[in-house]
Design a binder for this molecule. Structure first.
Ligand SMILES: Nc1nc2c(ncn2[C@@H]2O[C@H](COP(=O)(O)OP(=O)(O)OP(=O)(O)O)[C@@H](O)[C@H]2O)c(=O)[nH]1
Ligand SMILES: [Mg+2]
Length: 267
C-alpha cells in the first residue's frame, strides 16, 4: 500500500526459474506490495512450482513474447498502482519505493538503467547497450519534445491504473519493442511522467534478448523504426501534460498557486 493506494507488481517470466522465487519474496518483503502477479509466458519447466511456493498469483499467457506477456499483466493486475519488473535478478525490489515516490506527482514513472553509479559490476550494461539505449531515448526526447529520458529498454516502470486502462486498448506490440511502444503512447497521451534511476544488477541465467549482440542491433533498429513511424503517425496529435498543481491541502489554505504552464509557484 502506498499513500492509500494498492500496489501490484507484474513479473513476466520465460526463463527465470532460478531467480523468480527470490524476486517475489523480495517484493513482498518491501512491505508496500499488495499483489505480485506472475505472467507465465510458456516458461521453462519448474517455474510454475517455484511460483506456487509463494503468495504470488499466476496467470498463463500462451502468446509468446515480451509484449503479449506485459499487456496481459497490465490487464490482469488488480492494484491502483501497477509496477512492471523482471524476475531475472536484474532489478532490486527495494527500488520500488523510488518509482512509488513519484507516483504522487505522475501517472507513469519509468526506470533508467544507464546511471553509472547504479550499474553493478557484471551487469549487462556495457558501453554499447548503455549508449545505444541513451541515444534512442534522446531521439524520443527530441522528436516528441518531452521530458528527460535516458533508457528505452528498462522494464522497471510504474503506471497508475487509470493510465493503464486508457492505454490498454491502444497497445498492439507482442514482441520486445513493447517497451518503447508503452513509452511513446504514454508520452502522446498527455500523461504526466518522469524517469528515475534504478539499480541494474547481473542477470541470473541466460538473457534471451540483449545477451546477443546481433539480436540487440536488430532490436535497436526495430525500435528506431517504430519511433519514427509513430512520430509520423501522431504528428500534431500529442497532448501536453497538465501543469503541476499544489497538494489539495495547500490549495485549500491558499498557500500557493501555480502559474499555469510554468510550473512556478507563487504566493
Ligand atoms: N525473451 C523473452 N522474454 C520474455 C518472453 N515472454 C516474457 N518474457 C520476459 O521478458 C523479460 C525480458 O527478457 P530477458 O531475457 O531478461 O531480456 P533482457 O531483459 O533484454 O535481457 P537482460 O537485459 O540481459 O536481462 C523477462 O522477464 C522475460 O521473462 C519471451 O517470449 N521472450
Ligand atoms: Mg532481463
Amino acid at each position: 500500500m502506498w499513500n492509500g493506494k494498492t500496489v501490484s507488481v507484474i513479473l513476466m517470466t520465460y526463463a527465470e526459474r532460478a531467480s523468480i522465487r527470490r524476486t517475489i519474496e523480495g517484493f513482498f518483503a518491501t512491505g508496500v506490495v499488495d499483489e505480485v502477479l506472475v505472467v507465465n509466458n510458456n516458461a521453462e519447466p519448474g517455474t510454475t512450482e517455484e511460483v506456487a511456493a509463494t503468495p504470488a498469483r499466476q496467470v498463463f499467457e500462451p502468446r509468446q513474447g515480451y509484449g503479449w506477456a506485459s499487456r496481459r499483466g497490465l490487464r490482469e493486475a488488480s492494484g491502483d498502482l501497477l509496477v512492471l519488473a523482471e524476475p531475472d535478478g536484474t532489478f532490486l525490489p527495494a527500488d520500488i519505493v523510488k518509482l512509488l515516490a513519484y507516483s504522487d506527482d505522475c501517472d507513469a514513472v519509468f526506470g533508467t538503467r544507464t546511471t553509472r553509479e547504479l550499474i553493478w559490476s557484471g551487469a549487462n550494461m556495457g558501453a554499447f547497450l548503455k549508449w545505444g539505449n541513451w541515444a534512442v531515448a534522446k531521439v524520443v526526447e527530441a522528436l516528441f519534445n518531452t521530458s528527460h529520458l535516458s533508457d528505452v529498454g528498462c522494464t522497471y516502470k510504474l503506471l497508475s491504473r487509470p493510465l493503464a486502462e486508457r492505454l490498454n486498448p491502444e497497445l498492439k506490440i507482442g514482441g520486445s519493442q513493447f517497451g518503447p511502444e508503452l513509452m511513446l503512447r504514454t508520452i502522446t497521451s498527455g500523461a504526466r511522467f518522469v524517469e528515475v534511476p534504478v539499480n541494474y544488477l547481473p542477470r541470473v541465467g541466460q538473457s534471451a534478448v540483449t545477451g546477443d549482440l546481433r539480436k540487440t542491433i536488430v532490436l535497436g533498429c526495430q525500435m528506431v523504426g517504430l519511433i519514427l513511424a509513430y512520430r509520423l503517425a501522431t504528428l500534431g496529435r500529442n497532448r501536453k501534460p497538465p501543469p503541476p498543481m499544489p497538494p489539495v491541502d495547500q490549495q485549500a489554505q491558499g498557500a500557493a498557486a501555480v502559474v499555469p504552464g510554468t510550473g512556478e509557484a507563487t504566493l
